[in-house]
Design a protein around this ligand. Structure first.
Ligand SMILES: C=C(O[C@@H]1C=C(C(=O)O)C=C[C@H]1O)C(=O)O
Ligand SMILES: NC(=O)CC[C@H](N)C(=O)O
Length: 951
């Protein structure tokens, strides 16, 4: 059988005989990406097939497949698989609820038929929910129905003729329902589970058996629901016999089972789960498993190839005409997103420069547009004195007390932990001079962003300018165009350092929600969700070589040729000694001293999540999963810590993003002198006389307790973040190579689990691997949305790494940005990937959008804020690196509570600051409420201990 020449093998290479079948669209790839000069990358386990041209002279033409997207987080993996696996195929995407096709409108049928007529075939994709809920399948319902109408009317070919359809997962279930079957719940959902797909290669079903010539293979499952066409009522013997013995049951006369999985359940019964069906009269097929998953074996690709051959054969046999339309007339869009720069309605790059030099536009330019354009880079390198740490440098530069600081530290650079070299972190980055740096702030949902500048050459200027985002297509368009004007790429020889200058800052989880079109309601504040400082002065520490690179971006047009800052910084670094750490430790009050000197008012109050409530929420997550609404939900909760004010904080005047309704209470504990100082200076002292460890102290304690590759200390835009994140979200290099590193699967270090081998035993189990795999497939989808078909691979799958207090399982997914185009507007950068991938999939679960909506509900619309967001930089060289904000604490300057304190002079009120620590974990159908609660508390423990340690 295997050796038999496949008579169909060239079907899709043959130019259809019917002249109108010839697709005369452009001979170029109609993809928005220019052809990549990069070597071919494997698509996970799927090796991108080399396409052999059997007729070099034939006119290039492309088949078009319509993919109906039901908001799954794996859709782009399917479109990539179809594009790379099948010859000469372009895939177009239409969402199941496309506003362009409203079923309630009178011309819906006509419009939808006209759209369908433009494709060789349709794929109905996977997604959350159930075919029993019309909103979950949307247009899919009409795919089967509309075609039925057309066939009944005898229209065989031409507009509205039956066209081949493949349903995948939810799409498969929709077909089962259409064919008269039922969609039920599995005894227990199977998400990220890899199972052997059984089938009868020789089954009846004539030519339409797409499992023909396919060897047994393993495939990934992501479903809670399953199709029931009566398969359980067939005896084992008859079932094994195959299609000839198949007696349709339950009015499913038209559905022929092709493949299944046998799942042994706890009750000892074997559940026969349908994996493939074929419609006996129509060109409809369905697959319950996920052919595109990185863990579906390559043999499974043959099923897809067979399906497409069948599809072409159907069309050819019936002389089906594929209608030609211009690209503009198509309702569906390309599978990859257009570049951020292409969405701009403002000139960019060279266009802008040309405009500004040849016209008077430059005069109209406002201050922030001019700042930092066409930067040049200069640097000085010094050898750091022995033993000097990042924290010493920060203190030497006086940044520890500043309210504008960004430190990204590879805090485990010298640790012996087993984290791989790529994250053990060779470099740490310290931003300097931020009070003179331009800052971009954006509150999600606003129509504008704000550029701010506090000082210029030491003079207070307090500039602030709102920029309306419409012409930029949103905040990311504005950031992209700003960066484009300040890029240092283009053939210039640049030092091989991760950061030369550029944006550094944070992005909240809520901005990520908005990026996936989740509406935020009733926000009680006006804090920035995107807060980026344009860093022109920085120190990059190379831990491997013990060097500090002091660098500056400047413009030879406007800046003085003055490297005084670099010189003085170099001098300071050379004279730095490692004493700061010890000094700090010595300054801490000893426990005994603490007890004596501290008033009750200084006590820290800690509100951790309630155990029972958290466990109940785990169960709620599992109910949603069992109903098919999600495959995995990353449930989180927050611990709130209040304590007396610690850091120097900016005065009310410079906190313009405060909620108008939130009045900043004046503390009665200020004496007159302090109040005067408060008015006259931009920094006010804290209210308590007892030493309250500053946020910098919290950071130093956390980073020494929990050295992490993506530690960060950040004070920007009214936020203070102290983070010991072990998780990289996304990094990209100057050549457009992107790498994401989702982390899923956590085990606490203990006496029983202290070695990597022991942790591997615990983590390499189906539950943990499935958790990780789900996010890996999700991250592949996110990367595909920019990198395009065939340009994403999994380079390290399910690896266990050791950290200070936990072991974590990680996977590395890599993608290649499309090669630069001569047209600036078509250029993609790492920012495109960042904007397309928020919020981090490891913090949401899958499918991302539905899971986030459910989590908002389950977490009672409490904002996650900085937690679950990202922190990092985008360098003028085109590089970038972003970590997931976890294992961290944060606070906002404008968040205060007033507490009653009993002091020596009686009762008074005192203002306290509020810290938040988020913690959580991925809930799957296999989770236990106790296990999840324990995991959440394990992750919380590290950051929380800092307060206990420091009092
Ligand atoms: C939710 C957290 O961590 C996330 C969840 C993980 C998990 O479920 O194993 C692991 C790393 C993070 O992506 C957290 O640290 O609070
Ligand atoms: N991956 C999917 O399409 C899942 C389909 C459906 N929501 C289920 O859980 O069964």
């Amino acid at each position: 059988m295997d050796d038999q020449p496949n008579s169909e093998s060239n079907t899709n290479m043959v130019t259809p005989t019917h002249p109108s079948l010839i697709d005369s669209s452009s001979s170029e790839s109609s993809s928005s990406h220019p052809p990549s000069s990069e070597p071919h990358i494997t698509n996970g386990n799927h090796v991108s097939p080399t396409k052999t041209r059997n007729n070099e002279n034939r006119k290039e033409k492309k088949h078009k497949i319509l993919f109906l997207d039901a908001y799954d987080s794996f859709s782009n993996n399917i479109t990539s698989l179809l594009t790379t696996l099948l010859d000469d195929v372009d895939v177009y995407v239409l969402s199941i609820d496309s506003p362009l096709l409203n079923p309630a409108s009178p011309d819906f049928g006509q419009r939808f038929r006209r759209e369908l007529a433009q494709y060789t075939a349709v794929v109905c994709g996977p997604g959350p929910g159930s075919p029993d809920n019309d909103a979950d399948v949307g247009l899919m319902n009409y795919v089967w129905q509309l075609q039925l109408d057309a066939a009944e009317k005898g229209s065989n070919g031409g507009e509205g003729g039956l066209l081949p359809v493949l349903g995948i997962c939810l799409g498969f279930q929709s077909l089962v329902k259409y064919g008269g079957g039922e969609v039920k719940r599995l005894k227990r959902g199977l998400h990220g589970m890899v199972r052997e797909v059984l089938h009868r290669p020789d089954a009846n079903g004539g030519d339409g058996n797409i499992f023909r010539d396919v060897k047994p293979f393993k495939a990934t499952l992501y479903h809670s629901l399953c199709g029931d066409i009566g398969q359980h009522e067939v005896s084992e013997a008859d079932w094994r016999e195959g299609g000839t013995k198949w007696k349709p049951i339950k009015g499913c006369a038209d559905l022929l089972p092709l493949a299944w999985v046998e799942e042994e359940r706890d009750d000892g019964e074997v559940e026969r789960i349908l994996m493939g069906v074929k419609h006996l009269r129509k060109p409809f097929w369905g697959l319950q498993y996920h052919p595109e998953s990185v863990c579906t074996e390559q043999e499974g690709n043959k099923v897809i190839e067979n399906w497409f051959k069948e599809a072409l054969r159907w069309n050819e046999a019936r002389g089906r005409v594929v209608m030609e339309v211009g690209e503009g007339e198509r309702l569906a869009h390309q599978a990859t997103k257009p570049s951020l720069l292409s969405r701009l309605q403002v000139p960019v790059g060279d266009e802008q420069t040309t405009l500004s030099t040849t016209t008077t536009t430059s005069e109209r330019k406002i201050w922030w547009e001019r700042m930092g354009t066409r930067p040049e880079h200069r640097s000085a390198t010094v050898r750091l004195p022995h033993g000097v740490q990042v924290s010493d440098v920060v203190e030497e530069l006086g940044l520890d007390g500043s309210d504008k600081v960004v430190v990204l530290e590879s805090a485990n650079a010298t640790a012996t932990a087993s984290a791989r070299a790529d994250v053990r972190g060779r470099y740490s980055i310290i931003a300097a001079g931020l009070e003179e740096a331009l800052r971009l702030e954006y509150h999600t949902g606003d129509e504008y962003a704000t550029f701010k500048l506090q000082k210029v050459n030491g003079l207070q200027v307090d500039l602030s300018e709102r920029v309306f985002l419409g012409p930029y297509g949103g905040i990311w368009g504005l950031v992209a165009s700003f960066q484009e004007m300040r890029s240092l790429g283009g053939g210039v020889e640049l030092p091989d350092l991760p950061f030369l200058g550029g944006f550094m800052g944070f992005i909240t989880y809520e901005q990520g929600l908005s990026d996936i079109d989740i509406h935020l309601e009733n926000r009680q504040h006006h804090r920035p969700d995107v807060c980026l400082a344009w860093v022109t002065k920085s120190v990059v520490i190379d831990h491997t070589l013990g060097l500090a690179h002091i660098q500056e971006l400047y413009s030879s047009d406007t800046d003085l040729d003055d490297d005084a800052w670099m010189r003085s910084t170099a001098d300071r670094l050379l004279s730095t000694s490692a004493h700061h750490q010890h000094q700090f430790l010595n300054n801490l009050p000893s426990p005994a001293k603490k007890a004596k000197t501290r008033r009750p008012s200084t006590s820290t109050s800690i509100q951790t999540p309630l155990t029972k409530e958290y466990e109940a929420r785990v169960k709620t997550c599992q109910e949603f999963i069992a109903a098919g609404d999600s495959y995995e939900l990353c449930l989180t909760d927050q611990t709130k810590i209040t304590r007396p004010l610690s850091d120097m904080i900016p005065s009310a005047t410079s906190q313009e993003h405060h909620a108008p309704q939130q009045q900043r209470p004046t503390s009665p504990t200020f004496n007159r002198k302090q109040q005067q100082r408060r008015r006259s200076s931009s920094l006010v002292p804290t209210t308590t006389s007892t030493p309250v460890p500053s946020s910098w102290h919290l950071y130093k304690t956390l980073r020494s307790r929990q050295p992490a590759p993506f530690a960060s200390y950040l004070r920007l835009g009214g936020a203070t973040l102290v983070s010991a994140s072990p998780e990289r979200f996304l990094t990209y290099d100057r050549h457009g190579r992107c790498s994401m590193r989702p982390m899923k699967g956590t085990v606490r270090k203990s006496e029983a689990v202290s070695t990597l081998e022991q942790a591997e035993k615990i983590l390499h189990v189906p539950k943990e691997e499935a958790e990780n795999l789900m996010i890996v497939d999700l991250v592949r989808h996110d990367l595909h949305s920019i990198c395009g078909a065939g340009n994403v691979e999994v380079s390290d799958l399910l690896k266990v790494e050791e950290y200070q207090s936990v072991f974590q399982m990680i996977t590395v997914v890599e993608g290649q940005l499309p090669s630069p185009s001569s047209d600036n507007k078509k250029k993609y950068t790492g920012l495109d990937v960042l904007a397309a991938s928020l919020p981090p999939g490891s913090m949401t679960g899958a499918p991302k959008k539905r899971s986030c909506e459910l989590l908002q509900q389950i977490e009672q619309h409490r904002e996650r804020s900085l937690y679950s967001g990202v922190v990092g930089y985008m360098c003028v060289s085109g590089r970038g690196d972003w970590s997931v904000t976890i294992r961290s604490l944060f606070r906002w300057d404008d968040e205060r509570v007033t507490v009653q304190v009993q002091g020596e002079d009686g009762q008074s009120e005192e203002e306290h600051e509020v810290w938040h620590i988020g913690a959580g974990g991925a809930v799957t159908i296999l989770s236990t409420p106790e296990g999840e609660r324990e995991e959440m508390f394990t992750k919380l423990a590290g950051p929380l201990r800092v307060f206990a340690d420091l009092g």
